[in-house]
Design a protein around this ligand. Sequence first.
Ligand SMILES: Cc1cc2nc3c(=O)[nH]c(=O)nc-3n(C[C@H](O)[C@H](O)[C@H](O)COP(=O)(O)OP(=O)(O)OC[C@H]3O[C@@H](n4cnc5c(N)ncnc54)[C@H](O)[C@@H]3O)c2cc1C
Length: 298
Amino acid sequence: MAKLNRPPVIYSPTTIQDLLKIYHLNPDALIYAGGTGLLSGAEGDILHIRGSVINIAGVEELKKINRTDRYLELGASVPVSKVIDLGKSIVPEALYIALKQMGPPQIRNMATIGGNICRQANTMDIFPILHLHDCQVELRRFREYRSPRRFLKGSGSKWIPVSRLIDNDGKIIMESGEILTRIRIPNENWTFESYRKIDGPGSPLIFTALARLDKHILTDIRLSYSTVREKLIRNRDLEAEMIGRRVPFSGRDLTLLEGKLEAYFKGTGESSFTTARASALTIQFLEKISEPVDEGRV
Ligand SMILES: Cc1cc2nc3c(=O)[nH]c(=O)nc-3n(C[C@H](O)[C@H](O)[C@H](O)COP(=O)(O)OP(=O)(O)OC[C@H]3O[C@@H](n4cnc5c(N)ncnc54)[C@H](O)[C@@H]3O)c2cc1C
């Protein structure tokens, strides 16, 4: 009984090595970044936390932002508001729009990018965007390397596509003692990006789309749909069918694509309401990319 009433032990490491070591020794500890996901309903009331908590807010390495010619790299503890401050010219448009819509400003100041990705609850607003942009995430855990001469201690690091972070049931897959440390977003030019989060009965629908045009030819297109049931719905066959086509799409083409999308959605088990919304958002996007654009953008 006495054990149950014991207050939680709170660790506040300041280096990544200390963080990984503490987590290694306390694999059941709760990682606390901004705390806003833990506060908001589905993950449980933070006031009822029992056991150890590792507050990662003091680990400077996790708050770094790095830019190269090839990618934008965000530390897992970079607050959402800091990413927005980088501006639309640096942050991909769809990500920028999603982050701007995320809760009130006070929440955006506390909420971290890593916390959003690792949240086990229903909403992972930025996950589909990171997936479409082919982002990579770094996972690290404490490792001890035995060598004949000495006993080396270090941290195991691996980079994986963000899509490999979730299993078929939409649950985050991380090994015991593993921490998300960095997110790499490739620098790519997309002619159009769209992010729409539509609330509706039961579940919001998140629609994310990227399209690249070259002289009115659609050279690449990626479309994703996320609901509470399905973290990611993507039909690569339909995307492949559109690539290489000239825009604007004819009315007949749009009707055909709409029919194929709806048939695909039926197979996912989503409601007819969600299917209709997904289909309407897709057609709106295809109509938008068919509109004349500035010379410089294409
Ligand atoms: C009023 C309000 C409005 C909100 N609106 C939105 C919204 O519109 N869209 C949205 O997506 N979310 C929303 N949220 C939820 C939340 O703010 C975000 O998901 C936020 O990005 C979570 O980040 P955090 O740093 O606060 O995570 P935390 O709450 O600290 O952590 C969330 C989860 O991730 C784990 N975790 C955190 N960092 C790491 C890491 N580096 N490695 C491994 N595990 C980690 C934690 O253990 C926990 O399970 C809202 C919350 C509130 C309170």
